[in-house]
Design a protein around this ligand. Structure first.
Ligand code: ASP
Length: 313
């Protein structure tokens, strides 16, 4: 039976310094191989997307876990969600600082509580009671993200004095997210998404990532989706579920459904993209921004990655 996995690590006006590009490819490959090891061994899609996202959360280059972007007050507040396509089981956390791997926190909410989404202090209390180890807040904060925050705050101060402020364009350079979707040997789907959100966000702001149906969705009847981009339009357009709904009600293929949703988003200033997989292991990776950190792996075990519009290699 075929299996497949795709990952992303954010979309937008990607301008990684030349010297860090190999590390981005390496980070994507490490995530793909972690998920592949699970799937090749007959493991579940849920375990595969968890393993892939954990590696990217631990990688300070990506906006999730350690290295998350910072709120306007300089703290890291993270969101994550996980969903399984058999029975639509789901768990999510929002606005948390503490668990090293927010995706494991989301999974704990799914497996050990009767709820889908826990946020803030209540979430932390629950996770602590469940025995989850906590990091101190400074574990998540990197110098690189502090520099980006300072640049963003001073850009905002300058923008206030300029008449034409292209808000959508300005958003592009300061977000990112990591995510994974998988189809396992049994044909079960799963999706996982984890993010620090957007640079200089208001404390308390939630992204699309932890919202089931917006940034994350999985249903064995259709597909598994993890999205990345400017979260507010992704929430209002209920992106991940819209891909599934088009397949279900309009009988569109995975490619058509995902492509149409991402094209529609472009028209309303929703910059970004998504990764999706169906139960036959087909993968699609559409985006409407300059690029999207992305990669795929299948039964041959060869990780393929790309940053901008070039083909996966
Ligand atoms: N969707 C995330 C957010 O709105 C950011 C991203 O995916 O780039 O916070």
């Amino acid at each position: 039976m075929a299996f497949a996995l795709a990952v992303h690590a954010g979309a937008g006006t990607l301008q990684p310094e030349k010297q860090i590009q190999p590390f981005i490819h390496a980070g994507l490959r490490a995530a793909l191989l972690a998920g592949f090891a699970v799937l090749a061994d007959g493991g579940t899609a849920l375990d595969a997307v968890t393993a892939a996202v954990v590696t990217m959360e631990d990688n300070p280059l990506f906006n999730a876990g350690r290295g998350s972007v910072l709120t306007m007050e300089g703290s890291a507040e993270m969101d994550a969600a996980i969903m399984e396509g058999a029975g639509r089981r789901a768990g999510a956390v929002g606005g948390i600082t503490g668990p090293r791997n927010p995706i494991l926190a989301a999974r704990m909410v799914m497996q050990r509580s009767e709820h889908v989404l826990l946020v803030g202090e209540g979430a932390i209390r629950f996770l602590r009671e469940q025995g989850m180890a906590m990091e101190t807040p400074d574990y998540f904060v990197t110098e690189r993200r502090q520099a980006v925050l300072l640049a963003e705050l001073s850009r905002r101060a300058d923008e206030l004095n300029k008449p034409s402020h292209d808000a959508a364009k300005a958003q592009d350079s300061k977000h990112g997210t990591v995510g994974a979707v998988a189809c396992d040997k049994a044909g079960t789907l799963a999706a996982a998404t984890s993010t620090g959100g957007m640079t200089a966000k208001l404390p308390g702001r939630l992204s699309d990532s932890p919202l089931i149906g917006a940034g994350t969705f999985a249903d064995n009847a259709t597909c598994a989706v993890s999205a990345t981009g400017h979260g507010e339009p992704f929430i209002r357009w209920v992106v991940a579920h819209d891909v599934s709904a088009r397949m279900r009600y309009l009988r569109e293929t995975l490619d058509q459904a995902a492509g149409n949703v991402v094209a529609e988003l472009a028209q309303v200033g929703g910059s970004g993209g998504l990764i999706a997989v169906d139960t036959s292991g087909r993968i699609t990776l559409p985006f409407n921004s300059q690029g999207m950190y992305r990669g795929t792996i299948g039964v041959d075990g060869a990780p393929m990655t790309a940053i901008w519009r070039e083909k996966l290699t």
